[in-house]
Design a protein around this ligand. Structure first.
Ligand code: AHM
Ligand code: MG
Length: 315
């Protein structure tokens, strides 16, 4: 059995990065153990207007405390915090870390799989392009607790065993071509372009798999192939998911597994964030589907212009 520590060592991971990934991985058990006592709504909302669950807050406070004490971190941005947290380190250096402490939290109360999403930047800044990440990982709390990570050395999955240690489950995961689709956002709010794309997937035999937990839904796409989307909506052109906390780390992992991530028009990992609460339309999954999607979105734009031109020509 290869432990996560051994795997990182074999991958010649930078010592401090290894220390950080191991530290974060050690928080999976305390977070999982906190589920039983933290099942209710906390009665508060975060800066995105989401109702916070007790467990959202518990995981957030726990991870921030551990990271603050680690002396490995210069900045922390959490989906549950309004501002970037600056940490004073002895030599004023350290990693920048983004956290979605508990993603998919509406599913806590119904005992479905939720997760923790982590992005790690090397130079202490988190307002960087996603492609500049040093590492990304997620922990999925399902029937098994698994951790998926990349340090740009491929994508690897570990399972938490009875001794509380993450051991290797699958190495060098590549996303197979597949036919799952996870369409976020209410259908009535979908734009015409997006609706057409979804219709094409359906006509082409894609199977619906959408739980309401991005981590869990992406984990299926990683394993079986397909495409997850939380698109631009009629009244919300940036969609729902957050660039720093959700889109970038998952997109980074997808690309390492041979998949792709896009807003529908451009590469998400090339976006320079302007604020920590920035939202972005997201499509993530098989490279071929993202290519088709981008062509479809651009093609439709041309069509629309043609249609408009037609209208004006008639006048
Ligand atoms: P959260 O981080 O507050 O849990 O919100 C993000 C979640 C994602 O996990 C999921 O893809 C999406 O919100 C589900 O939204 P919806 O309920 O609109 O389908
Ligand atoms: Mg989230």
């Amino acid at each position: 059995m290869v432990s996560l520590e051994q795997h990182l060592t074999d991958a010649a991971c930078d010592e401090k990065l290894k220390e950080l990934i191991l530290l974060l991985s050690q928080q999976a058990k305390p977070i999982k153990d906190a589920f039983v006592e933290n099942q209710d709504y906390a009665g508060t909302t975060n800066m995105h207007g989401d109702n916070q669950m007790e467990l959202d807050k518990w995981a957030d406070e726990h991870l921030i405390k551990i990271l603050r004490e680690s002396q490995l971190i210069k900045t922390i941005a959490s989906e549950e915090q309004e501002d970037i947290i600056e940490v004073i380190t002895p030599d004023n250096s350290g990693f920048g870390v983004t956290l979605d402490p508990l993603d998919g939290s509406s599913l806590i109360a119904v005992n479905l799989a939720v997760g923790t999403i982590i992005g790690i930047y090397g130079n202490g800044d988190v307002l960087e392009k996603g492609k500049n990440m040093k590492a990304a990982a997620y922990i999925l709390y399902g029937p098994l607790t698994v951790l998926v990570y990349t340090i740009k050395n491929g994508v690897h999955e570990f399972v938490l065993n009875d001794s509380g240690e993450f051991v290797l489950l699958r190495e060098n995961i590549t996303m197979p071509e597949g036919k799952l689709y996870s369409p976020g956002g209410l259908k009535k709010d979908h734009t015409e372009k997006h609706a057409k794309f979804i219709q094409k997937l359906e006509e082409n035999g894609h199977k619906l798999r959408y739980s309401g937990s991005f981590v869990a839904d992406f984990h299926q796409i990683l394993r079986y192939g397909g495409i997850f989307s939380y698109p631009a909506l009629k009244e919300k052109e940036d969609g729902k998911l957050r660039l720093l906390f959700e889109a970038n780390p998952i997109g980074f992992i997808a690309r390492q597994a041979g998949g792709e991530v896009s807003t529908g028009l451009k590469d998400i990992l090339e976006i320079t964030p302007t604020s920590i609460d920035q939202r972005v339309p997201i499509y993530v999954g098989n490279k071929s589907k993202i290519k088709d999607l981008e062509e479809h979105m651009k093609e439709d734009m041309k069509d629309e212009k043609e249609e408009l031109r037609g209208v004006y020509d008639d006048e």
